[in-house]
Each structure stands twice: as C-alpha cells, then as structure tokens.
Design a protein around this ligand. Structure first.
Ligand SMILES: Nc1ncnc2c1ncn2[C@@H]1O[C@H](COP(=O)(O)OP(=O)(O)OP(=O)(O)O)[C@@H](O)[C@H]1O
Ligand SMILES: O=c1ccn([C@@H]2O[C@H](COP(=O)(O)O)[C@@H](O)[C@H]2O)c(=O)[nH]1
Ligand SMILES: [Mg+2]
Length: 214
C-alpha cells in the first residue's frame, strides 16, 4: 500500500479524486521559521512571486479551522489566545491535506514546525524531511513593535500574548532551529531593514536551488 507521500508524489491520490493532474516532480520542502512578527509571511509572499512556491501558513490553516467552526475550532482558538502550540497531529493533518490538494511540488511551510514534537510528527506522518530551513532572525524589540502595529485583528496581537509567544519561541522553537543548523539545512536571514533588503538575502538561497528544483 502506498503511504500518503508516495500517493502525493505519484499523483494517485489526486487522480483518484479526479481533481489534480499527476505530480511527476520530486517535492521540494522549505520550512520558514522565526519569532512572532519576524516577517515570515511577508517574505513568503515575495518568494511565491519570484520562485513560484505554494505558501502554506500553519497559523492561517489553524485560523481557517476556527473560522469554519470545525470540531477543533474552540480548542485552537484558546491555544492561539494563550500563545501555546496546537497538538501536532491537528496541524500536520491540515498541512498534509493542503499538500495533497496542491498541484505544485514546491512548498513553503510557514510557521511550522514550532516544537521538536511538531518536527518529529511531520517526519512520521508525511514521511519526508525539508530540503531547506529559513530562519528569520529578528530582535525581540522589533518583533513586538511589528506585531503591535500589524492591525489585522488577530486575537494574539496584544502585548500579553506576544510575551507568551516569545517565551514559547525561545523554549520550544529554538531547539528545532538548532536541530536543522546541526543538519546543515539552516539558512539564517538577518530580518531587520526594509522588506526588499531582507528579500535580497533570501533570493540567492532559492536562486541556487532553482536548477535542481524546477
Ligand atoms: N522588514 C520589515 N520592516 C517593517 N515591518 C515589517 C517588515 N516585514 C514585515 N513587516 C510587518 O510586520 C508585521 C509582521 O510581519 P509578518 O506578518 O510577515 O510576520 P510573521 O513572522 O508572519 O508573524 P507571525 O508569526 O505573528 O505570523 C506585518 O504588519 C508586516 O507588514
Ligand atoms: O504550527 C503551528 C503554527 C501556529 N500555531 C499557533 O498559531 C499561532 C499563530 O501562528 P502564526 O504562525 O504566528 O500565524 C501561534 O502562536 C500558535 O498558537 C501552532 O500552534 N502551531
Ligand atoms: Mg505569519
């Protein structure tokens, strides 16, 4: 029996659903990491425009669950308000569904994995490791300023929750970043300056992979 990823890569899952053409290319996965407000989402938009990736924001997928009033919606809302981490299985399943539905083979997974448990769960359920891990390294003071100015009506964009999110980032997410650094997959971006200046650090990373990724 094919596992999900084999189905994904051969296109059998999509063909069975009759929605999407078969995938012939090997998937290329980038994890986009960094503290709250470090500019992950902003830079992902630029990467999509320039290099044609599919953008999967874990936070957006979770917020969509809340909006759709799904069974997990209330639990997810409370977790986000507290700046804590949603159980891995919930988040990985949402990411898996989006990957299966996409006709792209290049994925930017934004804001995930946030914990070692998230990382292991992705490897076990999806059955692959990322090719590239980006880390947007931004001073806390700047992150707080950006989040408080964001003005998108997010329930977690307040000083109290931001402080909790920064603590969770230090305690649970930095170990994931260190793990990928040791594996030689980490690309650290100095996430201060204008959006365009920051993208000029990002561009050469993907340009170097363009020939092999397609
Ligand atoms: N280089 C920059 N300089 C100033 N403001 C920026 C910069 N990059 C992004 N911003 C702004 O900062 C805010 C946070 O950016 P963004 O939403 O991209 O961060 P994020 O890392 O995705 O945050 P989160 O983890 O909370 O989703 C947004 O309002 C965005 O417009
Ligand atoms: O993998 C994830 C991603 C996000 N969360 C929760 O959502 C919020 C907001 O995420 P953003 O990436 O900043 O949009 C985050 O603070 C977590 O509470 C998660 O649990 N797991
Ligand atoms: Mg974001």
């Amino acid at each position: 029996r094919l596992n999900t990823w084999e189905s994904l890569t051969t296109g059998i899952a999509q063909q069975a659903k009759g929605v999407i053409a078969p995938k012939e290319k090997t998937p290329f996965i980038t994890f986009v990491l960094g503290g709250p407000g470090s500019g992950k989402g902003t830079q992902c938009i630029k990467i999509v425009e320039t290099f044609g990736f599919a953008h999967l924001s874990a936070g957006d997928l979770l917020r969509r669950e809340i909006a759709s009033k799904s069974a997990d919606g209330a639990m997810i809302l409370n977790t986000i308000k507290e700046g804590k981490i949603v159980p891995s299985q919930v988040t990985v399943k949402l990411i898996q569904k989006e990957m299966e539905l996409s006709d792209n083979h290049k994925f930017l997974i934004d804001g995930f994995p946030r914990t070692e448990e998230n990382r292991v769960s992705f490897e076990q359920i999806i059955g692959v490791e990322p090719n590239v891990v980006l880390f947007f390294d931004c001073p806390e003071e700047e992150m707080v300023k950006r989040v408080l100015n964001r003005n998108e009506g997010r329930v977690d964009d307040n000083l109290e929750t931001i402080k909790k999110r920064l603590t969770v980032f230090q305690a649970l997410s930095l170990p994931v970043i260190n793990y990928y650094s040791e594996k030689g997959k980490l690309y650290t971006i100095k996430a201060i300056g204008t959006e365009d200046e920051i993208f000029e650090q990002v561009r050469p990373i993907f340009a170097a992979f363009e020939q092999t990724v397609g």
